[in-house]
Design a protein around this ligand. Structure first.
Ligand SMILES: *Cc1c(COP(=O)(O)O)cnc(C)c1O
Ligand code: SF4
Length: 347
């Protein structure tokens, strides 16, 4: 039980029609786009909002600009330069430093592209780059150098052609960028076309948008996913327990009819200790989400300052496993180019 959180917020209980809360989720169409427009796009502005000085060196990075929605900033601690949420989104001068073994395409994703916007690394699953943008620019992003412009999915969804041709694809994963950055009508068109592909039996959506802008969970979105012919799995991306606020809980409650999983990235200075990760797992469960993966940070240029080495990562994971029931322990994995599955670091 998390202090300060009443029992009745469990996502597994029937929704009550309460005057607050449920009336605001799902949110009306348009609210999330307004939040997106109001996002902060400069490190200096972000620091000012948090009451922090701005003389902290290199804060502009034109290749990967600052982008932080205000609902996410509202969860940061004012005056705390080491805030774990702030650390995920504030550019550091360290991004400009090159580190040995860190490259632009550390995962060899260019080799895994089988068609426009369609990536295939693992048997039975294909990943569609459904959008080239995100609601937030995470400084540790492994796809920060991805050539999105070459892989646009206009309304004809060129990437689906390869899925139609390949009956071995049982699961289609919508990724990006963030697939929930597209409009509800564009997404509905995509889901309809996927529905027509007989051999695809699962539809997975990997998204961080409802984390940083819970208002993304609109009635239209829920309707679209409910109408999907496939079973729907939504993989959210929370890294820290303080990222889960009341609006996030409302958003996930509104999505409770789908399978909800979470993947995190193990990040130095953000969540690289067992207590934080245990609290994250417990809060996720209270919110109706099961922990799935804890990713080792990928060796992507500009992100070396987030890196956690293997030995401490494994030690953190062991300590985590000693605190929690097995179903709340995410699998510690790393992505290896050319491997047939994500590599487990802990047996
Ligand atoms: C991570 C990933 C998947 C999904 O792997 P799971 O182990 O099924 O979660 C699928 N395709 C690509 C290209 C990936 O990078
Ligand atoms: S939401 Fe995901 S893809 Fe987008 S910037 Fe963050 S880590 Fe990268």
């Amino acid at each position: 039980m998390i202090p300060g959180q009443p029992h009745s917020t469990s996502a597994h209980q029937p929704q009550r029609a309460s005057p607050d809360g449920d009336a605001s989720a799902p949110w009306p169409a348009g609210a999330w786009q307004r939040e997106l427009k109001r996002s902060i796009r400069s490190g200096a502005e972000l620091l000012r909002l948090l009451g922090l000085g701005q003389d902290r060196g290199c804060l502009a990075n034109p290749d990967f600009p600052v982008r932080v929605p205000r609902p996410y900033i509202a969860r940061m601690r004012r005056g705390d330069a080491a805030d774990p949420l702030l650390r995920q989104v504030l550019p550091s001068p360290l991004e400009a430093e090159s580190a040995p073994g860190f490259g632009n395409d550390a995962l060899a994703e260019a080799d895994a592209m089988v068609d426009t916007g369609l990536m295939q690394k693992y048997a039975g699953r294909a990943l569609l780059i459904a959008s080239g943008t995100c609601a937030v620019n995470c400084r540790y992003c492994f796809r920060r150098h991805f050539p999105y412009a070459e892989h646009r999915q206009a309304s004809a969804f060129p990437g689906l052609a390869a899925v139609r041709r390949d009956p071995s694809v049982r699961e289609l994963i919508l990724s990006g960028g963030d697939p929930l950055m597209v409009s509800d009508s564009h997404l509905a068109g995509l889901v309809t076309q996927i529905g027509a592909i007989e051999h695809v039996v699962r539809l997975r959506v990997h998204t961080r948008t409802p984390v940083v802008i819970p208002q993304r969970v609109t009635g239209e979105l829920i309707e679209t996913l409910r109408n999907a012919r496939q079973r729907v799995v939504i993989v959210l991306h929370f890294n820290h327990p303080r990222e889960i606020d009341d609006d996030c809980r409302r958003a996930t409650r509104a999505l409770a009819e789908f399978t909800l999983l979470n993947q995190s990235v193990l990040l130095q200075g953000v969540n690289d200790d067992a207590d934080t990760l245990a609290e994250l797992s417990e809060r996720l469960f209270d919110t109706g989400i099961l922990p799935y993966y804890l990713h080792m940070p990928d060796r992507v240029a500009g992100t070396a300052h987030f890196n956690v080495a293997d030995a401490p990562a494994v030690a953190i994971h062991r300590a985590l496993a000693a605190k929690l029931p097995g179903y709340l322990v995410p699998r510690l994995v790393r992505e290896r180019p050319g491997a047939s599955a994500k590599e487990l670091l802990c047996p």
